[in-house]
Design a binder for this molecule. Structure first.
Ligand code: NCD
Ligand code: ZN
Length: 354
């Protein structure tokens, strides 16, 4: 059964249950606090490996997956899909092991210093060539945080510099390697993905469909709108929006929901990351509806990601209901005396997950 959409006053959207192909779940108390929102809305999530101690081995990934699964109610069939953190020390032998474990869906490339917990990341892409070769041979996808961090590169140009200097080099070295350019923010990224698909696809976050760079400074500084890659000019946001809503197989949802405690966000040098999980699907339904493209929502949330990762579509369903009044923004979870702020889209959302 495909998505049913009623456009009368009741307005219900019934979809194959969505997947989140880029998610930060953290660990310990924070994991416990944020996991329920994702489990309520998604059937599967690709869990990022950038913990304080990164997930570098199959054993680490299995232990982390167990930590997540132990927190799930017994009747819950949510599936965490695991990733490994690529370092300059990663042994190519690990790739065969990762594939045969059946637990690892991808390896994640963080350029060193690009974002939260990326100090073990890759300084020079040449140093991981043998791992990339093995991933190509074993058909294990590479997820990339596509930004170059260098003093001479402006923060708003980091993504386009990565495409020119790293992504296209990897494409030459390993033409058969499947790559996901994560959380894209620029016209250049949209263009390169369209051009290089089916070997390159992209995840798009909810917040990058909503925010441009001016919104970060609206009437003052908004730390809860700050993430990497940082939002770009409005013309880029419009390209990302067109890519996400257009039904193209190369673009799919990865929320990059990245919870940080307020005490870490609200600092003279605050952490990058936006916690969007509880609002992701309601915001998407609103955005697709506002553009008269609700018929393409299910492809973005529930089809193209699974297809790229060669996974079956989720048999379970998810229903979104439209209310007559805007749905209030949920308050974020508390952890001890602290809390996590939920992404506020800044416009009324009428949809909620049933
Ligand atoms: C993410 C995090 O906090 O782990 N932060 C972010 O700004 N997106 C890491 C990442 O995906 O860059
Ligand atoms: Zn991320």
């Amino acid at each position: 059964m495909e998505a049913t959409i009623t456009t009368d006053t009741t307005q219900v959207i019934d979809l194959h249950r969505p997947d989140d192909f880029h998610l930060h779940l953290r660990e310990g108390a924070l994991l416990q606090a944020v996991l329920p929102a994702t489990v309520k809305h998604f059937a599967r999530a690709l869990v990022m490996p950038n913990l304080m101690t990164p997930i570098k081995t199959v054993k680490d990934a299995i232990a982390y997956r167990n930590q997540i699964q132990q927190l799930l109610p017994s009747d819950c069939d949510f599936q965490p899909l695991m990733t490994l953190y690529l370092t300059e020390e990663t042994d190519p032998q690990l790739i065969k092991q990762a594939v045969s474990s059946g637990v690892i869906q991808a390896v994640k490339l963080y350029p060193k210093g690009a974002t939260t917990n990326s100090s073990s990341g890759v300084r020079d892409i040449k140093h991981v060539r043998s791992v990339l070769d093995e991933m190509e041979a074993q058909q294990l996808p590479l997820c990339v945080h596509g930004e170059i961090v260098a003093p001479e590169i402006d923060v708003f140009d980091r993504e386009s510099a990565f495409i020119d200097q790293v992504l296209l080099r990897i494409r030459k070295w390993n033409p058969g390697l499947r790559i996901v350019l994560e959380h894209i923010t620029t016209q250049e990224a949209v263009d390169v993905v369209r051009d290089q698909f089916p070997f390159v696809a992209a995840t798009i976050t909810v917040h990058h469909l909503i925010l441009n760079r001016s919104h970060i400074f609206d009437d003052g500084l908004h730390p809860h709108r700050f993430c990497f890659p940082v939002a770009k000019r409005e013309k880029h946001r419009l390209k990302i929006l067109q890519a996400a809503t257009g039904g193209e197989r190369c673009f799919f949802l990865g929320t990059d929901s990245a919870p940080h405690l307020e005490k870490h966000k609200l600092q003279p040098c605050g952490c990058a990351g936006i916690y969007s999980a509880p609002m992701a699907l309601p915001c998407l339904a609103q955005i697709f509806e506002d553009h008269d493209l609700l018929g393409n929502l299910e492809m973005f949330t529930s089809e193209w990601g699974a297809e790229f990762y060669r996974l079956p579509k989720n048999p379970q369903r998810c229903r979104l209901i439209k209310s007559a009044q805007p749905v209030p923004l949920p308050s974020g979870p508390s952890i001890g005396n602290d809390r996590v702020e939920v992404f506020d889209p800044g416009f009324p959302i009428y949809w909620r997950v049933d």
